[in-house]
Write a protein of this length. Structure first.
Length: 196
């Protein structure tokens, strides 16, 4: 995994670069979020950066990108949902809206720990007009915990963090696939039961 452009950013812009590379992940920069979060921690061990400022810079980048994604979903998503409601997807969309009403907060918090789902959740939640203050409360708290974990992996293992993250990421991707498979199975099972 080539992180040379992150190193160049850090040399040029310091703490602001930690904000930037945690913010740019929203646009699909081909570096896993975990690496960007841990890299901020690594820099505090191998360079002159202070842990508190580095963490705050990375955290502000993370929550700013999440907020931005939420508002993109909120402004562009309803039109897409209206179109999809005229197709066969009307019932699944309705069920997902019900799910968000009942358990949305915990789904938002849990999504931070699932690669891929973490990236999509703010758009989906915004498109479904989930209340922003409730979104903030759970997303910002979960984001803080998530970043704290990976930031400290980088600080604790500055020379081995990439290997640790690769193994951890494999497990988390497997967990994401399992969660999505269980949700799909529940959906198909409940659809069959309701047809009967």
């Amino acid at each position: 995994m080539d992180i040379s452009f992150l190193i160049e950013l850090v040399k040029e812009y310091g703490y602001f670069s930690m904000f930037v590379f945690n913010w740019l992940l929203i646009f699909g920069v081909p570096i896993p979020n975990e690496v960007a979060a841990a890299f901020s921690g690594v820099l505090t061990e191998i360079s002159y950066f202070k842990p508190v400022y580095a963490f705050l810079s990375a955290y502000l980048g993370l929550i700013t990108s999440n907020t931005f994604a939420y508002f993109i979903g909120r402004s562009l998503g309803p039109r897409l949902l209206n179109r999809l409601n005229r197709t066969r997807l009307k019932q699944p969309i309705s069920r997902f809206n019900d799910f968000l009403e009942k358990r949305g907060e915990w789904a938002i918090a849990f999504s931070f720990f699932l690669p891929g789902v973490r990236w999509a959740m703010p758009y989906v939640v915004g498109a479904n007009r989930f209340p922003f203050m409730r979104y903030m409360m759970f997303a910002y708290t979960a984001g803080f915990v998530w970043l704290f974990i990976y930031f400290n992996v980088g600080r604790t293992f500055p020379y081995a963090y990439q290997t640790i993250l690769e193994n951890l990421q494999f497990f988390l991707i497997l967990l994401s696939v399992l969660v999505i498979a269980v949700m799909l199975l529940r959906y198909f099972y409940s659809t069959r039961v309701s047809k009967k």
